[in-house]
Design a protein around this ligand. Structure first.
Ligand code: SF4
Ligand code: FES
Length: 319
């Protein structure tokens, strides 16, 4: 266990680590064994190969002094700068704007830069003699009814705020440690034309300048899609979705939110084509309305409800 020692409240970050095998070593290993996976005669889809990274996986604990109002990203940066430069994670803005640092915190997809230590630390759990996972104090209570000893008190103090488990964003292949490969999500979004498709006729003023007034919208028209423009493409909704799993069976909530943003925009002329494009077996038809996506959106978009509205629009178009 790596330890950042000194006094004060401590927390243990339990990080699921992954180091990929170098590509050449991987290819040699595959060719050398009669049991190695053979290439498909029909070719391997990039998604299938990308989702099976080979490499070394392990769990590593880092215990460090913290303040409860620090974020997990603050702690990871300290670890990287002072203890373990090999620890890999992704971030950019540091304050909830870029979406690049989404990861699983105690199994929940969220942004590392917004996750406060005090909100996520939980007591260490151990497997007791009966096979149940209990906190250390629950186990002690079950074993003895005596008053707390000085040793117990010291142990509890040493436990500090407890443990936070960190893993890469679920539903995606892992590049390294906490870095998920979000390319499949970005490809799905790109495939659905994430830009305004206007009628292409720019009105001009008498002196030949573009008449920007042509694109004014009423407050009501803006309100229809404004909240959807705040999506930072972090992928937390995809990580929470039990159907998404890398986008092979389902285009994913982030791509659908992106489409809703343009479908609800009165300036966009491609509503029918967009509804057609998402009305496929791996599109909106694959959504099971679980709505786990709504719980995890860091900018507060009700993703499940928006997708439900899209389903209604797809059905209306068919009627
Ligand atoms: S809808 Fe929310 S959770 Fe999903 S990618 Fe956008 S910001 Fe992230
Ligand atoms: S680092 Fe940009 S959203 Fe967290």
């Amino acid at each position: 266990m790596a330890q950042l020692a000194s006094s004060g409240t401590t927390v243990t970050l339990r990080v699921h680590r992954f180091s990929p095998k170098p590509a050449r070593e991987r290819d040699r290993a595959r060719g050398s064994s009669p049991f190695a996976r053979k290439a498909s005669p029909f070719g391997d889809s990039p998604a299938r190969t990308a989702r099976r990274p080979r490499g070394k996986q392990w769990t590593q604990d880092y215990t460090l002094d913290v303040r409860g109002d620090e974020t997990i990203l603050d702690c990871l940066l300290r670890i990287k700068r002072t203890v373990d430069p090999t620890l890999m994670f992704r971030y950019s803005c540091g304050h909830g704007m870029c979406g690049s640092d989404a990861a699983a915190v105690n199994g929940t997809p969220t942004l590392l830069c917004k996750a406060k230590i005090a909100d996520w630390a939980q007591p260490e759990r151990v497997v007791d003699a009966e096979g149940f996972r209990r906190t250390v104090s629950e186990t002690a209570d079950a074993e003895t009814t005596d008053v707390e000893t000085a040793e117990d008190t010291a142990n509890n103090a040493a436990a500090g705020l407890g443990v936070i488990e960190l893993a890469p964003l679920p539903g995606f292949a892992v590049d390294r440690d906490l870095i998920a490969d979000i390319d499949p999500m970005l490809e799905q979004i790109k495939r659905l034309k994430p830009y305004l498709i206007a009628d292409g006729v720019l009105a001009t003023t008498e002196d030949g300048k573009v008449d920007v007034l042509e694109y004014l919208q009423s407050p009501e028209q803006l309100a229809k899609y404004e909240a959807l423009t705040t999506c930072i493409v972090c992928g937390a909704c995809e990580g929470a979705c039990p159907v998404y799993a890398g986008g092979e069976a389902f285009v994913g909530p982030a791509a659908l939110i992106n489409q809703a943003r343009f479908i609800d925009d009165s300036r966009d002329e491609a509503t029918y084509e967009r509804l057609e494009a998402i009305d496929t077996a791996d599109g909106i038809q694959a959504c099971q309305s679980v709505r786990a996506c709504s719980r995890e959106c860091p900018v507060g978009i009700d993703v499940g409800e928006e997708i439900w509205q899209l389903i209604a629009q797809v059905r209306e178009r068919e009627a």
